[in-house]
Design a binder for this molecule. Structure first.
Ligand code: FAD
Length: 543
């Protein structure tokens, strides 16, 4: 239903629902007894040990239930993993996330206060954005300074700049208030109590920015984080720009010592330490269903496991169309899924350098967005078309985060562009048959273009400094995480697929649930860990 057709009551439910991440009352949840199950019988089976699957499994284990997590890969974490080539260990995904502080240390993973051995370090600045006429470093935890910098460059837009950040803060505050209200909302008072939520309903992030900002260069600068959320301003839900962006501005951007794998390992240890089980190298082929109710799974090797509920952390598309054979029963649901757009994938170059080029060149930043113009809409279209020639790139210089990230005197560098899947479809069949000549030639061609760009713009001497190079394409994402179309953010966060409208945890198949980026609230470390917890909370409603 389009937003303008919602009646007032539905409208308020639309705003309120799906925004209550973190408002879970753990004391009210039932507890289980792990000793009562037979072999291969569990309280919950979780398909996939991505962060969403691990956090859901951890919630079951913490409450004394017996969960089993089945993961196709040989290590836990999904996108939150690392891989090693000779002396270098590369992070598959993580650039920046937010984390809580405790006794002066940043080691508080939201929802998991028991975990205290993963320490995070701040980025020296939140990020640096380079545009043809501007080179701006966004400071850590100093939104005022960032706003003043923008006003310094665009004094005529002072009121608009103040206004747009006020709207972002207001929206984030309203969401916080509504989460704490735990459903106790006075509907008559809604526009007064939650004015920013009210005025943003049905709008895109672009609507929100252009209501305040006239200068297109300034609008592009303010929207420069769009790559973190996967859509350009004209398509992106304001919730999924304003709220996480505000989280970064206010709470800072952090990175774990030991890379993203330490988060996944800590959650795995938590699951196992509380009596849960994780089986690696176990790919689920089929979800077992009787009378439209899930009761277990079957793996590629033919093993069967049964449970009271099945939670899929694998992508929602394949979960409902390939792992389960309920086409007729799920007809409407699948139609609805087909109408959702799938997020972009990515092309990544992982470089191990034999020299300390970053120090020699004198760059102290960690996260750099290099833009060739002021046109996020055009940049998005170029990403969809896998056009690497015309457009910018993201550059992460991990050695500026903490000492000893790389072997002494060397560097670990990541070049990243968002990319559509369609360009890589022509190589897919051969890729999975291990006939990779054409695929390898294409990825080398693209890598050459991007390395040359980075060399000319920020890191002279880059090519000669390369000791190790690995390239990840959308097909690499499919291979290692099973994500449909190599998507890195699940479904796009469009206005029609965010908040209450995002695909819910509960599916029409009884006892089958979803956790992770493809469901509520969405992608990103700061969302998928809560997604697993929220999914557990949803299951407990009917336990
Ligand atoms: C390049 C890149 C950069 C990113 N940067 C950031 C960042 O800086 N900050 C941030 O917050 N977020 C970032 N993200 C997004 C973030 O990584 C993801 O949103 C998040 O990790 C997704 O977690 P998930 O639990 O939904 O699932 P996934 O990580 O997709 O995990 C799903 C798991 O299910 C398993 N699986 C799939 N099918 C099966 C099956 N049939 N049987 C068994 N197991 C199966 C997979 O192997 C995988 O382990 C980035 C992502 C990418 C790719």
């Amino acid at each position: 239903m389009p937003l303008h057709e919602l009646n007032r009551r539905d409208f308020i439910k639309y705003l309120a629902g799906g925004l209550s991440v973190g408002a879970l009352d753990w004391n009210s949840f039932p507890t289980g007894s792990q000793t009562t199950k037979k072999e291969n019988q569990y309280d919950a089976i979780i398909i996939g040990a991505g962060l969403g699957g691990l956090s859901c499994g951890a919630a079951f284990a913490r409450q004394g239930f017996k969960p089993l997590i089945l993961e196709q890969h040989t290590k836990p974490g999904g996108y939150a993993t690392t891989f090693t080539r000779e002396d270098f260990t590369f992070d598959v995904s993580l650039h920046s996330t937010t984390v809580g502080e405790r006794n002066g240390l940043h080691n508080l993973i939201p929802g998991f206060p028991e975990i205290n051995d993963v320490e995070f370090v701040p980025h020296p600045n939140l990020y640096r954005m380079i545009f043809p006429d501007y080179d701006i470093r966004v400071p850590q935890k100093n939104l005022r300074q960032y706003i003043d910098t923008l006003i310094g460059y665009f004094p005529d837009e002072k009121a608009g700049i103040e206004g747009v950040f006020e709207d972002m803060k207001g929206l984030a505050d309203d969401v916080g208030k509504i989460s704490s209200a735990r459903g106790q909302i006075n509907m008559q008072q809604f526009p007064v109590d939650y004015p920013y939520l009210f005025k943003t309903a049905g709008k895109t992030w672009g609507d929100m920015v252009y209501a305040r900002i006239k200068n297109i260069k300034l609008a592009a600068i303010i929207s420069s984080q769009w790559g973190y959320y996967g859509l350009p301003p004209s398509k992106l839900s304001p919730f999924y720009y304003a709220i996480p962006a505000m989280g970064y501005f206010v709470n800072g951007g952090y990175y774990p010592i030991g890379r993203s794998q330490t988060i996944s390992n800590a959650l795995s240890k938590f699951v196992q330490g509380h009596g849960g089980m994780i089986k690696l190298g176990a790919r689920v082929k089929e979800i077992l269903v009787k009378d439209h109710s899930a009761y277990g799974v079957k793996t590629d090797s033919g093993e069967e496991f049964t449970a009271r509920v099945v939670v899929s952390n694998a992508n929602a598309h394949d979960t409902l169309t390939k792992m389960i054979h309920e086409e007729e029963f799920l007809g409407d649901y699948i139609q609805k899924m087909k109408a959702f757009s799938v997020s972009l994938s990515c092309f990544q170059i992982f470089l191990g350098l034999k020299t300390d080029l970053v120090k020699n060149v004198g760059i102290k930043d960690t996260e750099i967005f290099f833009n060739t113009g002021y046109d996020p809409e055009g940049d998005y279209q170029r990403s969809v078309a896998a056009d690497v020639e015309n457009g910018g790139y993201g550059l992460t210089l991990y050695d500026n985060l903490y000492k000893e990230y790389s072997p002494k005197g060397k560097n670990t560098v990541n070049i990243l562009v968002l990319q559509g899947f369609d360009h890589w479809k022509q190589f897919e069949t051969d890729y999975f048959k291990d006939n990779k000549d054409a695929y390898r030639a294409e990825k080398k061609r693209m890598a050459d273009v991007l390395i040359e760009k980075v060399e000319k713009t920020l890191l002279p001497g880059l090519r000669d400094a390369i000791e190790i190079m690995e390239i990840g394409t959308p097909l690499t994402n499919v291979r290692y995480t099973g994500n449909y179309r190599g998507a890195i953010y699940g479904w796009d966060q469009t206005v029609d697929n965010s908040g209450q409208r995002r695909l819910p945890h509960k599916t029409p198949v009884k006892n089958l649930y979803l956790a992770g980026a493809w469901t509520k609230p969405g992608h990103g470390y700061g969302a998928v860990i809560p997604s697993g917890l929220e999914c557990f909370g949803e299951i407990m409603k009917g336990w």
